[in-house]
Design a protein around this ligand. Structure first.
Ligand SMILES: [Zn+2]
Length: 500
C-alpha cells in the first residue's frame, strides 16, 4: 500500500479529524465528497495547484477507519522471524513485510525498552564487569532453588551444550567458580538499588542485560527505562557543538519513535530496537551534558497526532526536498508521516539544510557495478527483471513526491528494456555493497551516464523523512525553539506529557 501523493489519498476519517483537516486544509481541498455514515465521513481530496507551499496543510499521518483498524488488528500475530529492518538514519536493507499494528496511545508510565546491543557468534564469550564487584545472574528456566547466583565480577558467559556456563572471578584467595544454567535467556542484573551501569566491551550499559540464544547467534539485549536509554541516543545522533534546541527536539523525536517501536514489538520479538542505524544509534550510558539535559528537560514528552504517538522518523539532511514515510520506511499506513513540504513540484526546495556540510554530494559508480548490485538486490528480493538486468544505458527519475523528491527510477538498458524501481530500493541496492566510496547518500539526485559510469549529483543525506537534523540545527542556531523545530518537521502534531 502506498500513497504516491499525499493529496490524492482517499482515507476514511473520523469526523473530528475531518473537521480538523478541513480547518487547516482549505487551500489543498478542491473537492470534498461527504458521505455520512454514523460518525464516519469519507472525503476525497484532490491536489492543489496552488504554487505556494502550504507546509501545515498535511496531516502528520494518514488515519484509518475503524473498519480498517479492525481488519489490521484481526490479523494473526505471526511470530516475526526476521530482525528489525525499519531504519531511522539510513536503510541498507529493504524492510520485510510485517503485520500492521496501530500506533499506541501515550503511555502513562515510563516504559522499559529492550535494545539489542550486539549479536555474537555462538562460540564467543561474554565478559561482563561492574563497579560493585558483583552481579546477579538468573535464569527463569532454572529450578526454584537454583534460580539466582550472586557472582563476583568480572564474569564470563559461554555456551555450554544447549545451556550456559557462567564463570566468576576468584576472590580473596578462593578459586574461580563456575555454575551451569539451562538453555534459554540468562539475565544479568545489578544489585538492588545500584544504578551504576553494567560494563561490556569497554562501554557502560544502563539497565539489565539479557543474554539470548537464537538459532544462529547470541544476542545481548539491555532492558532499560526509556529516559535512561535516550541520552546515549542523542549523544550519538548529534554533534557536540550543536545547539540545545536541536538536542531537545531530537530527544522528543527519539522518545516518540522508541515508544512506537516498543509498542510495535511487544510480545513479538525479544528486543524492540537495535543499537544502530536500523533503529537509533545508542552508545549506552553517557556523560554528555547536553544530551542528559535535553532528556531531563523533556522527560516523558512525546509527539501525538489524533490521540496516538507518532513514529517520529528523522534523518541527517533532507536536502530541502523531504520524503513521505509510506513506501520509503514503512508499508504500514499506521506508521506514515507525510513530508513537511507540500505544494506543486515546481515550487522548489524549502530552505532547510542547504548551508550545511552535507548539503550536496557527488558520486561516480561504474555501470557494471550498478548492474551487479541491482542484479544481487533483485535476486534477494524476488525481482526477476532486476536479477537479469542488462547493462544500463540511462537512469532517470520516473516519479516524484509532492516536494519534488524522486520516488521511483526508470532504468533503460541496451536492448530497449526498461525497469522501474522504487528510489529507496535503488539506494539500498547500490549501498548494500558497503562501499562508502561509491555510495548513494540520498535519493534526491540526478544521474547522468558518461564513459561507462553513472555520475550522481545529489543533495542531503539519508531517507529525508521527518526531522532533518541539520535543518533543526540551522533553525536552532537562528533562534528557533525546539517546539518550533518540531512543529515544522512534524506538522499537526502536539507535544504531550505522557509520563512524569
Ligand atoms: Zn533539511
Amino acid at each position: 500500500m502506498r500513497a504516491r501523493h499525499p493529496c490524492t489519498v482517499l482515507p476514511v476519517l473520523p469526523l473530528n479529524l475531518f473537521m480538523q483537516l478541513l480547518k487547516h486544509n482549505r487551500r489543498a481541498l478542491h473537492t470534498c465528497i461527504l458521505l455520512a455514515n454514523a460518525s464516519i465521513f469519507i472525503f476525497v481530496a484532490s491536489c492543489s495547484n496552488d504554487p505556494t507551499p502550504v507546509r501545515s496543510s498535511q496531516p502528520a499521518r494518514l488515519s484509518a477507519s475503524p473498519a480498517q483498524l479492525a481488519a489490521e488488528t484481526s490479523q494473526s500475530p505471526t511470530p516475526i522471524q526476521s530482525p528489525e529492518t525499519v531504519a531511522v538514519a539510513d536503510l541498507p536493507i529493504k524492510p520485510k513485510p510485517i503485520p500492521p499494528k496501530p500506533l499506541p496511545i501515550p503511555p502513562i508510565t515510563e516504559p522499559e525498552v529492550a535494545i539489542r546491543i550486539e549479536t555474537l557468534a555462538l562460540n564467543q564469550a561474554v565478559i561482563i564487569n561492574h563497579a560493585a564487584g558483583r552481579l546477579q545472574i538468573s535464569s527463569k528456566h532454572s529450578s526454584a532453588d537454583d534460580q539466582e547466583w550472586m557472582a563476583n565480577t568480572p564474569i564470563e558467559i559461554r555456551m555450554q551444550g544447549e545451556g550456559w556456563r557462567v564463570t566468576s572471578q576468584k576472590k580473596s584467595g578462593l578459586p574461580s567458580q563456575s555454575r551451569d544454567f539451562p538453555a534459554g535467556e540468562l539475565t544479568v542484573d545489578v544489585l538492588n538499588g545500584d544504578t551504576r551501569p553494567i560494563q561490556w566491551n569497554q562501554k557502560q550499559w544502563p539497565g539489565k542485560l539479557r543474554v539470548v540464544r537464537t538459532p544462529s547467534n547470541i544476542d545481548l539485549v539491555m532492558d532499560v527505562k526509556m529516559d535512561s536509554y535516550l541520552p546515549g541516543v542523542i549523544a550519538k545522533e548529534l554533534y557536540p557543538s550543536w545547539c540545545d534546541a536541536a538536542y531537545h527536539a531530537q530527544a522528543i523525536a527519539a522518545r516518540s519513535f522508541a515508544v512506537v517501536e516498543e509498542a510495535r514489538w511487544e510480545g513479538r520479538r525479544h528486543y524492540d530496537m537495535v543499537a544502530g542505524q536500523q533503529s537509533q544509534a545508542w552508545i549506552g550510558a553517557t556523560d554528555n551534558a547536553k544530551a542528559l539535559a535535553a532528556v531531563r528537560d523533556t522527560r516523558g514528552q512525546v509527539l501525538v497526532h489524533d490521540g496516538v504517538v507518532v513514529p517520529a522518523y528523522y534523518s541527517s539532511a533532507c536536502g530541502g526536498r523531504p520524503a513521505n514515510a509510506l513506501g520509503v520506511l514503512t508499508d504500514n499506513p499506521f506508521h506514515n508521516i507525510v513530508c513537511v513540504s507540500t505544494g506543486n513540484k515546481s515550487a522548489g526546495r524549502t530552505s532547510c539544510c542547504e548551508r550545511t556540510s552535507v548539503a550536496t554530494w557527488k558520486a561516480s559508480i561504474a555501470l557494471t557495478k550498478i548492474q551487479s548490485r541491482l542484479q544481487a538486490w533483485g535476486s534477494a528480493n524476488g525481482r526477476a527483471d532486476l536479477s537479469a538486468l542488462q547493462l544500463p544505458t540511462s537512469i532517470e527519475v520516473a516519479e516524484k513526491n509532492a516536494a519534488g523528491r524522486p520516488e521511483q527510477f526508470r532504468i533503460r538498458t541496451r536492448k530497449g528494456g526498461s525497469v522501474l524501481i522504487e528510489a529507496e530500493d535503488f539506494r539500498r541496492a547500490i549501498n548494500a555493497a558497503g562501499d562508502s566510496k561509491s555510495s548513494m547518500r540520498s535519493c534526491d539526485c540526478s544521474i547522468q551516464i558518461s564513459a561507462g559510469n553513472a555520475e550522481f549529483s545529489g543533495r542531503g543525506f539519508g531517507h529525508g523523512v521527518g526531522l532533518c537534523q541539520h535543518g533543526a540545527q540551522e533553525m536552532g542556531r537562528k533562534g528557533s525553539s525546539y517546539k518550533q523545530i518540531l512543529a515544522r518537521y512534524y506538522p499537526q502534531t502536539m507535544i504531550v506529557q505522557a509520563w512524569k
